[in-house]
Write a new protein. Structure first.
Lengths: 77, 352
């Protein structure tokens, strides 16, 4: 899996924030646009692109984009 | 894998009954208006029918059953089976199905059974009742399915309260020699039991005074332990993965041509989840009707309610190949395929 591609896919779930602003270290929950709907979009993206089922706890315990990436990597079949 | 094929049983009719009281989601008290609009857009739920304290799920199912029996012209003495699938029974015990046998004036020779099952309950209930009937000794039977989940939702929990509506339904099944078989895929994953749960009031966590203590769980989520707790992210993730998978498993197991299916009736969870499922299966909008807008998520009742309110015209006239797929609390999910012919479907009943 490619972290740069993942960061772009992650960033695409945000409507207002420019994609360039996202890096693996981004604390995504500090973004103003982050809410429960963005969370669902991230879950849908992981399902769509990687066939991975993220749980509520996966999202709740993650801080950075890298954290989510690592979980997805660990769950890819 | 739990696949079933049941022969010689046909659906004859479907009826649904909702409480008269309607609550508009745009006007829920103590909620921010902008937030409510956003919620309506994502969930697709604009209004819900609410039972209130003096109407039980069984009352709604009873009215649906009375009307359907009358429209079918069935003799009540010929009804040999009644299954009631719900998460909102009248009592902890006895089972509500026996009470319904009496209230409907059915014979003492009628078998009755309660199934404790939610969003997958219509399909699971159908598989149970049809299994009883396939031998040909039980010729006519009723599947009563419904819920009044609004009673369990905290008015100050925006993750549940604006979502759930109430409804009771009745589906009539008959033994018909040579009827095309009903095909099922049934599944469960108890590791996700906490994703949708009422924590207290059973025997794992008996009711105590602490059960009534409200707690701020998250922003916009304030509830006590007798009220429904829903992990929206877990349920979403589960639904978009398992519902399409189950449909595909059924299609492939029984070699069903997806293009020849007239309707796909999915459990009405919320619009965002349902649209994901539809797109994943590459289904066109006209084949996937929704009743979410005016009724919300009515738990086990969503599939028959959608049949009655969104597809009655076509289901009443001619032959239709339909798929129904329920998924949710348990976690439990189930899909069925069947052929319907000239169904008897009374107009939606309002319980006054």
């Amino acid at each position: 899996m490619d972290i740069e591609k993942f960061v772009q896919e992650f960033a695409n779930q945000f409507d207002m924030v420019p994609a360039e602003e996202f890096t693996p270290e981004t604390h995504f929950k500090e973004n103003e646009e982050w809410d429960s709907m963005t969370a669902l979009s991230i879950i849908a993206m992981a399902d769509d692109s990687y066939n991975v089922r993220l749980t509520g706890d996966d999202i709740r315990t993650s801080v950075t984009v890298q954290d989510i990436f690592d979980i997805v990597v660990s769950k890819v079949k | 894998m739990a696949f079933l094929e049941i022969r010689n049983v046909a659906i004859k009719g479907v009826a649904a009954c909702v409480p008269a009281t309607v609550e508009e989601n745009a006007a829920i008290p103590n909620h921010d208006a902008a937030n409510l609009q956003k919620l309506i857009k994502t969930t697709g739920v604009e209004r819900r029918h609410i039972a209130g304290n003096n109407i039980c799920t069984s009352d709604l199912c009873l009215q649906a059953a009375e009307k359907l029996i009358a429209d079918l012209g069935w003799d009540k003495n010929e009804i040999d089976g009644l299954i009631f699938a719900t998460q909102s029974p009248d009592y902890i015990l006895p089972a509500t199905s026996a009470i319904l046998q009496h209230r409907l004036g059915l014979s003492e020779n009628c078998l009755t059974l309660d199934l404790s099952i939610g969003c997958s309950g219509y399909v699971y209930g159908m598989s149970t009742l049809a299994s009883y009937m396939q031998g040909g000794m039980v010729k006519k039977a009723l599947l009563l399915v419904g819920d009044t989940i609004s009673k369990m939702c905290s008015p100050t929990d925006q993750s549940t309260y604006p979502l759930f509506g109430d409804c009771g339904t009745c589906t009539a099944l008959e033994y018909v020699d040579g009827a095309e078989s009903i095909k099922f895929h049934l599944a469960s994953d108890g590791s996700g039991y906490k994703a949708i749960i009422v924590n207290d009031g059973g025997y794992r966590n008996p009711f105590s005074e602490l059960s009534l203590m409200p707690a701020q769980v998250d922003t916009g989520i304030n509830r006590n332990n007798l009220q429904l707790a829903l992990d929206g992210m877990d349920v979403f993730s589960f639904g978009i993965s398992k519902a399409p998978e189950s449909v595909n498993q059924l299609l492939s197991k029984f070699d069903i041509d997806k293009e020849k299916v007239d309707y796909f009736f999915f459990h009405q969870a919320n619009l965002m989840m349902n649209e994901r499922i539809r797109k994943k299966l590459q289904l066109t909008e006209d084949k996937v009707p929704y009743s979410l807008k005016n009724f919300g998520n009515t738990s086990s009742a969503t599939i028959p309610l959608t049949m009655v309110t969104q597809a009655a015209g076509n289901l009443q006239n001619g032959t239709n190949n339909i798929i129904a797929c329920g998924f949710g609390v348990g976690l439990s999910w189930a899909t069925m395929y069947c052929q319907t012919r000239n169904l008897t479907i009374p107009a939606l009943i309002t319980y006054e």
